[in-house]
Design a protein around this ligand. Structure first.
Ligand code: FDA
Length: 332
């Protein structure tokens, strides 16, 4: 709903017609991203039962069992998955090592249950804030287990403060094991250069728009420019996929970009084994199903764990109308 539309009552006297009526979405998104970093807001929100219930739309559960059940259902419906144990910015070696232990367990479960899933991990969860060496130490058992199972490990990309360090860790990991791949964010000015550098050897890249609060010195402030850059980068990545230099993982729910990509891969006569679409659990299920129905490979990003707060807030920031959905849980 456009910002500024007058307040309308829909039989819910305390709810505005849309969050955009309290604050325009252009302001609400950055505010939610700022709150996603606030320890106080985290304490308040995670204690609210209705917020926890609302988060379940985007999070498969708090336990590995719940996540595995969700992946089984997704696999049965034709989707692949990537599994994420929620957590970021761990502050001690012990905490980071415990998270790494959970990744080893989840890789074993994927293998034991023959799930079509790989894993996605955030390096700040593996101790990147404690230094690159600490992070590599924690990642080692995870990578060894992925290698033992022949599974792929995705390194999620966090804010631009982590981009260089994430790409540096990736380079060191790939020297020992090829099935590790990065995420590139179309909102960053630097990404076209990063993409070219990564393409110097075969690589599986997830391309997304970017979900963090970034200064205009690092990222396109206008969504229109981010969308344009996404298409430019996707074009380059798909071309590289056609030349056998890359595997393209297009992570977006943007129906216009998905439509463009469908046409473009047909124009390129790109083999279906060279690319896939990726979407988040709980977001645009209609589009996910349509793609699978039409024969495309779709991988769903499935998150689980108790540290859902920052992940949940980023999902609200991406679509401020989701705040209305949270408020509905409060009214119920
Ligand atoms: P856009 O924001 O333009 O949304 C297009 C449409 O999609 C909206 O109009 C709406 O219909 C729907 N939509 C999008 N987000 C929604 C939401 N939260 N709730 C409901 N509907 C929504 N980012 C990052 O910085 N690092 C990373 O590692 C990753 N990893 C990642 C993996 C996967 C599989 C996906 C799909 C996304 C990420 N992201 C990410 C997040 C990404 O950067 C981006 O913030 C979101 O995907 C939203 O952008 P869209 O491309 O969907 O477009």
């Amino acid at each position: 709903m456009p910002a500024g539309r007058p307040y309308r009552r829909r039989g819910r006297p305390f709810l505005p017609a849309a969050p955009g009526d309290i604050l325009p979405p252009a302001m609400l998104g950055p505010l939610l991203l700022q709150l996603s970093r606030s320890p106080l807001a985290r304490r308040v929100v995670t204690d609210l039962g209705f917020a926890r219930r609302a988060a379940r739309r985007f999070v498969a559960g708090e336990t590995l069992d719940e996540a595995v059940a969700a992946i089984r259902r997704l696999n049965a419906s034709g989707f692949d998955a990537t599994l994420d144990f929620l957590g970021e910015n761990t502050l001690s070696e012990a905490e980071a090592a415990a998270c790494a232990g959970e990744y080893v367990r989840l890789l074993d479960r994927i293998q034991a249950e023959k799930l079509r899933s790989h894993a996605s991990v955030k390096l700040s969860q593996m101790g990147l804030d404690l230094g690159e060496e600490a992070c590599l130490r924690n990642l080692k058992p995870v990578l060894e287990r992925a290698r033992a199972h022949g599974n792929f490990l995705r390194l999620d990309m966090e804010s631009s403060a982590y981009t260089d360090r994430t790409l540096s860790v990736l380079a060191r990991l790939r020297d020992g094991y090829e099935k590790v791949g990065p995420v590139l964010q179309a909102y960053l000015y630097r990404t076209a250069g990063d993409l070219e550098r990564l393409l110097d050897r075969p690589v599986n890249i997830r391309l997304c728009k970017g979900a963090y609060r970034e200064p205009p010195s690092a990222a396109y402030p206008r969504k229109r420019d981010v969308d344009r850059n996404y298409v430019r980068l996707a074009e380059r990545l798909l071309r590289a996929a056609g030349e056998g230099k890359a595997y393209a993982s297009l992570a977006t729910h943007d129906a216009r970009i998905v439509r463009w990509a469908r046409l473009h891969v047909r124009r390129l006569k790109l083999d279906a084994s060279r690319f896939e679409f990726q979407m988040l659990y709980g977001v645009r299920r209609d589009l996910q199903q349509e793609l699978v129905r039409d024969g495309f490979r779709v991988r769903v990003y499935v998150s689980y764990g108790t540290h859902w707060y920052p992940y949940f807030m980023r999902r609200l920031a991406e679509r401020p109308a989701n705040v209305l959905f949270v408020l509905r849980h409060l009214v119920r």
